[in-house]
Design a protein around this ligand. Structure first.
Ligand code: SF4
Length: 370
């Protein structure tokens, strides 16, 4: 292995818990994914996370409440009103939301996120949030993923029982979205003032984003006080302007996960990757998400039948990556997964889950497993 001295020194600095600079982050992002330096980067981030977490992973879950055209008109999201993709309105009833949240919890999810389009009425969201909170074990963390809000509404969220908020200043905010950047920033200020736990994500990442743009996102996460971060690549959803804009490889995503992990250092309690990726779980991520309902990256009305993964899928992936999932409510961890893995070897997921498994299905047919 021939890791360059410059990279070696940066990685030692990060592992010594010394803040990396903007230029340090740029250097790491510019590494060729096939270079020895890049593999050293993944190894350093992997070591950082395993030391900090004690080798434990987290499975969280998300319920998308509604499929409505959204006036914020984000270019990358199929729900944007201007795309005209959404023809029928869908909304889960409060009982259905509670049922899905409880199903996730029973399956082993540590956290439940409730997600809506930005035009969903906050009062209705809080009423549903209250019912979900009452139905869940107190140790299951409840998180809101909604549009912008001010300080008074941040208090309402907190008083309803939401411990945290997923909020992001996206790539091209105000340019590829119709959200005024100052409004977005005001929401981060409200989150911080009220003491809600901020979950941030470097997203939606496309092949065209430069190292400087990506570093800027990481530094915003620092500025806004994120305690949990993730990286998410942009899905080129048909019918959106990014349909033909390309897709970052999971290998590139893993490299960026590693850099975010090291740049945010001790500020982060946990590091995630979205959507789940085994490669990223070997590069500093240890937190992945199961999903049902609406999903801005998926034309399926219920992403459980499309891109969304189940809690069992996530636990299995954590296990494959060498993380233990000690469920926060106690009880069984993903130590049960080996048997499940044996089953998966014998049965094609395309036939058991009804999911269009594409290449995986074809591959399993080829090897006589389907
Ligand atoms: S990403 Fe969110 S805010 Fe943007 S259009 Fe979609 S639902 Fe609305």
């Amino acid at each position: 292995m021939a890791v360059t001295r410059a990279t070696h020194e940066l990685l030692e600095k990060a592992l010594a818990r010394i803040d990396l600079s903007w230029d340090d982050a740029r250097h790491l992002l510019a590494l060729d994914v096939n270079s020895d330096d890049a593999y050293a980067l993944l190894a350093a981030a992997n070591r950082y996370t395993r030391q900090q977490s004690g080798g434990r992973g987290t499975v969280y879950s998300q319920v998308g409440l509604n499929v409505w055209p959204c006036p914020e008109n984000c270019d990358f999201c199929y729900l944007a009103t201007k795309h005209g993709i959404v023809k029928e309105l869908h909304e889960l009833t409060p009982d259905a939301v509670v049922a899905r949240a409880r199903t996730f919890e029973a399956a082993g999810a540590d956290e439940v996120y409730l997600m809506t389009t930005a035009n969903y009425p906050l009062t209705r969201f809080l009423e549903i949030g209250q019912e979900v909170r009452r139905a869940l074990d107190p140790r299951t963390v409840l998180v809101a993923n909604i549009g912008d809000f001010g300080r008074a509404d941040a208090y309402r969220l907190r008083d309803t029982g939401f411990a945290g908020v997923y909020h992001v200043y996206r790539f091209g905010e105000g340019v590829v979205t119709e959200i005024e950047p100052a409004r977005r920033r005001a929401t981060f200020a409200a989150i911080s003032e009220v003491g809600l736990d901020l979950r941030y994500c470097v997203e939606p990442l496309g092949p065209e984003h430069t190292p400087d743009e990506i570093v800027a996102q990481m530094f915003l996460a620092r500025e806004f006080g994120a305690t949990i971060a993730a990286v998410m690549r942009r899905i080129p959803v048909p019918g959106t302007p990014f349909e033909h804009a390309g897709l970052l490889t999971e290998t590139e995503v893993a490299k960026i996960v590693a850099v975010v992990r090291l740049v945010l250092g001790e500020r982060l309690r946990e590091m995630g990757v979205h959507e789940p990726s085994l490669l990223a779980l070997r590069a500093g991520a240890h937190r992945i998400c199961a999903e049902v309902g609406m999903n801005p990256r998926d034309l399926a009305v219920d992403t459980a039948t499309g891109r969304g993964r189940s809690v069992a899928d996530c636990e299995a992936m954590l296990w494959e990556a060498g993380f233990v999932h000690e469920r926060k409510r106690g009880g069984v961890s993903n130590g049960i997964v080996p048997e499940r893995r044996e089953n998966k070897r014998e049965t094609c997921v395309a036939t058991t889950s009804g999911r269009a498994a594409g290449g995986e299905h074809e591959s399993m047919k080829k090897w006589g497993r389907c």
